[in-house]
Ligand binder design. Sequence first.
Ligand SMILES: *Cc1c(COP(=O)(O)O)cnc(C)c1O
Length: 396
Amino acid sequence: MSTNDSTWQDRYSASMMGTFAPPLATLVRGSGCYAWDENGTEYLDFLAGIAVNSLGHAHPDLVDAVTRQVGTLAHISNYFASEPQIELAERLQRLTGAGSAGRVYFCNSGTEANEAAFKLARLNVAGGRRMRILALTDSFHGRTMGSLALTGKAAMRVPFEPMPGGVEHIDATLKALEASIDDTVCAVVLEPIKGEAGVIPLPAGFLRRARELCTEHGVLLIIDEIQTGVGRTGAWFAYQHEGVTPDALTLAKGLGGGLPIGALVTFGAASALFQRGQHGSTFGGNPLVTAAANAVLDTIERDDLVSNAARRGEQLREIIAGLHSPLISGVRGQGLLLGVALREPVAPRLAAAALAAGLIVNAANETTIRLAPPLIIGDAELEQFERRFGQALATL
Ligand SMILES: *Cc1c(COP(=O)(O)O)cnc(C)c1O
């Protein structure tokens, strides 16, 4: 890929903002669950662009939908509507359970979906008495200021203070929630599984009790399913495992299968909070990205990839247990969002060893390897995972 004698690493660091760690490789092509670098080295991709590539790489149905749409009508502004946009909103009403009382707002990323949710929370003011928002310690909701204020990792927030006000971080315990929630709270914001924190599920019963308490106090329950949504956990949305419905849901990552799209879905009365002119986005919900998301959702439904995520997740757990590694203490998560818990803080070294063995996984923190493969994985990919992950473990 070099156009001169410099390495790609040199060119990257001389041109790209220093916000990211040095990249692991340059990837040039992908197909299904595999990607290749410039030297032709093959990688089994069990990260899927961080839970984004639901259908893997270059899925023919996604390629076809995007190709057709970009050659027809890519962008039109929100002064106009398009069929793919309306179709996607209707589909999300159906799949989320929001139904005809629900409404959908489209944006371009996860953090933007949470910004919209933050503004929604501010509209639940009940005459100015509700200024408090409860979020969880160690949570991750994005990098822009509102979403960062919701994010429960102080180290990410501190350099950028002051944050938008009103957010309080509590531990994910019923005791903490019960002690904090009252009629001065406008919203509770939760991840069903804290992905960036190391794939940490909410305690059993937490979501159901949070729903009860929010209803009792007139508080919006806002669930951030940017990482867990769109089939990844073996349900369309993780709250469906618990039989609860939120007042608002945020989506991004897996929804576009690689194209940038985010969404805020409101349920019931929360759908009436935003008034004309109170929020907007130039690119949000354009025909190109909504056509892509429709193709993703179509394919997930047609190929029953939600069930596949549940089944393959179980198999993946069995494979990991079967490796009998003394380094591994257990596996957290649900469906195809799994965190392999390590007894030693060697996750970055293990992820590097996996890469060298032709396997892309991610160190969510020092002691957790995150697995978020495409929802399309089958027996062949699981076999390759077993071989390559086993090989990586053997090098430590
Ligand atoms: C990734 C993520 C975000 C932020 O999404 P971006 O598209 O990177 O802005 C927010 N919340 C959760 C739970 C995420 O996993």
